[in-house]
Design a binder for this molecule. Structure first.
Ligand SMILES: C[S@@+](CC[C@H](N)C(=O)[O-])C[C@H]1O[C@@H](n2cnc3c(N)ncnc32)[C@H](O)[C@@H]1O
Length: 224
């Protein structure tokens, strides 16, 4: 399918152009799979939507005999068709599914959207396609950790207020980026934050706190 999206609606993401760096990120971030295990415990069976699914890593891990996860992704360069998943192309702001099509929906590190101004539209869309009372989960950086300390700019949702004001509850998962070696840690951090910051990393493990926002579609308010 060749369907193009307004570039203003897409979060710039490096994964399609630098699969080598994305491979390190996906392998080393939360290496013990705490986030996946948490989502697996929360999500129901049935049809579940993954918004901004990247290469389908999470959708694949969360699919099982009772639960079919549909990965939705706008960037064709991210889509990995070797995983045996049923892919959809779309954005959070305009989800190409009928009302109430999914028993639940989640998004991992993909709900920044081009600007906070677009998030209410994205959230309204997620609520629309989720069954009344269905679970909605959004995962993001929590801050106050080794990763955010390295970043010269803010990369975490400050205190999660945008979500809690709209009815989400916030749970923190303490995890880490654990690399195969210090040079591998330096390579990814240099790619993220620049060479000098990358070279300042002297450990193969960087602490990382993840915020998991959960709410039920009938209790969430996109524009409080
Ligand atoms: C940081 S990656 C996360 C990928 C995946 N969820 C994961 O955890 O590995 C962000 C993803 O969101 C996608 N994306 C960009 N703009 C989007 C939008 N407006 N709606 C939904 N997804 C979007 C990007 O193409 C990218 O694959």
């Amino acid at each position: 399918m060749t369907q193009d999206f307004d570039p203003r609606e897409i979060i710039p993401f490096y994964g399609g152009q630098r699969p080598d760096m994305f491979e390190i990120e996906r392998r080393c971030m939360d290496r013990d799979g705490k986030v996946i295990a948490h989502l697996d415990g929360l999500l129901p069976g049935g049809l579940v939507l993954d918004i901004g699914a990247g290469n389908g890593f999470t959708a694949s891990a969360l699919s099982n005999a009772q639960r079919t996860v549909i990965p939705m992704e706008p960037d064709p360069n991210m889509i990995d068709r070797s995983k045996g998943l049923l892919w959809a192309r779309g954005t959070a702001q305009s989800i190409p599914f009928h009302d109430h099509a999914f028993s639940a929906a989640y998004s991992t590190w993909a709900f920044f959207l081009p600007g906070v101004a677009e998030r209410p539209q994205g959230l309204a869309e997620v609520i629309r396609v989720t069954q009344p009372g269905g679970l909605i989960v959004i995962v993001d950086n929590a801050g106050d950790d080794g990763l955010c300390a390295l970043s010269p700019r803010t990369i975490a949702e400050p205190d999660g207020r945008w979500y809690t004001e709209r009815g989400f509850e916030r749970t923190i998962i303490e995890t880490s980026y654990r690399f195969d070696s210090v040079p591998e840690a330096q390579a990814l951090m240099a790619f993220y934050f620049g060479k000098d910051i990358g070279l300042s990393v002297k450990s193969d493990e960087i602490s990382y706190r993840v915020a998991v926002y959960t709410g039920h579609s009938n209790k969430l308010t996109p524009n409080p």
